[in-house]
Design a protein around this ligand. Structure first.
Ligand code: GLP
Length: 266
């Protein structure tokens, strides 16, 4: 796993947007996996700026979101569809037909989840999956104990997640208890993963994700099994990592290689 530690949240946002923007330029028909939550907000703002100021073209980009609350329709202000419209889709030239967020009001969830997986396959799979991490170490809504081979399905939220997300709903009672979520297995099939984390509340989850054992108790730790993961963290989220110096040395070596001074890499 490549680990990049930025000074603060705006550094994380800039770096995240740089990775996504570079892919969109390199492959204008790319398939992006997108995440919601407070963490990627700044990255989306940066992508909007890149679209406006630098002409970053989303017209042929296809997106799949990780998850959605069960019961919330697209106009509910806390639904992830609403979040994506307001924080990204409405501000760039993406074709609305190319944006996919799981339907929290599907009539037959089992059939719908299978269909979601098929839609991803039919688009050729996800090129880059953006991920945040829950304070309990979950990715998407794959709560502790989720199978590391899981596919898109319904999942019951843990009390910790309900508590964390209550800030968006005003009270814990208003937070739906069920969500539809890509599985860990679905996420691991993406060609590249971009994990973003900011703030001290994520420090433990990030340590367990990057340096702990691979375990279904911390579903983000399954990313250790993936061949191409970039973790972009701020100082606070990286605080408990033991190998921070080594990650920095890796980045410095990489930079020397790119600037043609590879010979000095020891
Ligand atoms: C929710 C989402 C996750 C997200 C997590 C962290 O649980 N399902 O995809 O990573 O929240 O959110 P935040 O970035 O707001 O801390």
């Amino acid at each position: 796993m490549r680990v990049i530690v930025e000074q603060d949240q705006s550094g994380v946002s800039r770096m995240g947007a740089a990775f996504v923007g570079a892919l969109v330029r390199r492959k204008p028909t790319c398939v992006l996996g997108l995440a919601t939550g407070g963490t990627p907000l700044g990255m989306y703002a940066d992508l909007i700026r890149m679209h406006r100021e630098e002409g970053l073209d989303f017209s042929r980009v296809v997106t799949f979101n990780l998850d959605e609350y069960v019961g919330l329709g697209p106009t509910h202000p806390q639904s992830y569809r609403y979040f994506m419209q307001h924080n990204l889709f409405d501000h760039v030239n993406i074709d609305p037909r190319n944006t996919h967020v799981p339907d929290g009001r599907a009539l037959d969830f089992e059939a719908y989840c299978e269909q979601y997986e098929k839609m991803i396959r039919d688009e050729g799979g996800i090129d880059l999956q953006v991920l945040g991490v829950g304070s309990d170490g979950h990715i998407a809504f794959n709560e502790p104990g989720s199978s590391l081979g899981s596919r898109t399905r319904l999942k019951t939220l843990t009390e910790e997640t309900v508590r964390d997300n209550a800030r968006f709903f005003g009270s814990e009672d208003a937070v739906p208890r069920l969500a539809i979520t890509m599985g860990v297995g679905t996420i691991l099939e993406s060609r590249q993963c971009l994990l973003l984390a900011c703030g001290s509340t994520k420090a433990r989850a990030i340590r367990d994700t990057i340096e702990g054992p691979v375990t279904a108790q911390v579903t983000a730790s399954a990313l250790q099994l993936h061949r191409d993961v970039i973790a972009v963290l701020d100082q606070e989220a990286a605080r408990l990592l033991e190998r921070r110096d080594y990650y920095r040395q890796m980045e410095e070596a990489q930079e020397r290689l790119q600037t043609g001074h590879g010979g000095v890499v020891r």
